[in-house]
Design a protein around this ligand. Sequence first.
Ligand code: MET
Length: 391
Amino acid sequence: MAAVLPSDVFSESQLDPALVKIADKVRRNERITDEDAILLFEKGSLSFVGSLANSIRERLHGDTTYFNRNFHIEPTNVCVYSCHFCSYSRVYAHRDEGWELSQQQMMDIVKSYDGKPVTEVHVVGGVHPKMNLEFFAELMRSIKGHRPDLHIKGFTAVELDYMFRKAKKTVEEGMAYLHEAGLDSLPGGGAEIFHPEIREQICADKIDGTGWLHIHETAHKLGMNTNATMLYGHIENYSHRVDHMSRLRALQDKTGGFNTFIPLKFRNQQNDMSHIKESTVIEDMRMYAIARIYMDNFPHLKAYWPMLGRHNAQLTLSFGVNDIDGTIDDTTKIYSMAGSEEQTPSMNTAQLVTLIKQARRKPVERGTLYNVIRDYSELDVKEIETNPLLN
Ligand code: MET
């Protein structure tokens, strides 16, 4: 599909001159400023930002749209922190209402995928006061001992910060230790909104933005790749979003260690912020598009379908997104507990491929680090459904 540039589809005489300048920058493949991004949030129509973002997406990836085959392990939802947007955690005193998996139970989950073509396990959850660095190092070793080629993407910076401090290790020491035990890369969670004006209101007690970035920088220095998220659509304003993205873009300039940016939509069920309305789908698509335009040094932009719902995730493929994450297999509760449409998030390969093909894009299965595993564009859905190696 040829990239359509905004000048081809918009009559520039009707556009705000400042928006025309931004479109020119995108056309010349130049970085936009923080002010430009705020202007896009304030004045850019959905079709304007969408068409710019799509031109960037097609320049970077053509029609290629990645997915992966993965499952999650959520060791616990018992948590020492009390993030107001969270619908998932239970305090230690009420841990009987939550879950705490043993090493054996977690290994049983891993073993239940024996012979199945998953490539990644994603490990995140509550910050449990008793699940410490040694506990998780043992888990890493057991997983790798059982299935060495399974990529372990685990622990948000928030979880790592707590376990390293408790073990009296520096970030460098703790990270090197877990890496050695088998941890391959970090997911992007716990970032929320870095700006203290917002962070202090929504998750005051966990690691601050500077600490989050330091943990990712340390991982990058050890040669580990990581992802980054932003929880949007609650009490933040556009400048907080841009500040957040700007800190990530600056770190990426320094290390190049981020793979993917994942905007996460705030969902409002069963949490302390239920009085706040959720963002509209239009605002969601504008968020993805502006992220694609602004985050010029992030190779990938992901829509995490268990949070957004599969149909809206499909829609993002026209607004800059080139990755929709994985099969999941109903192994995460984080967003179902917050009221997502996806109450039992699970899609098989054929469903993911169909979703991507319906959007006229090219489905490609990737590993965690975007190594290509298989191009599905020429494969018939029936063939995928009936081949156990493909489904
Ligand atoms: N414990 C993580 C964090 O705050 C989030 C995991 S999902 C509830 O970073």
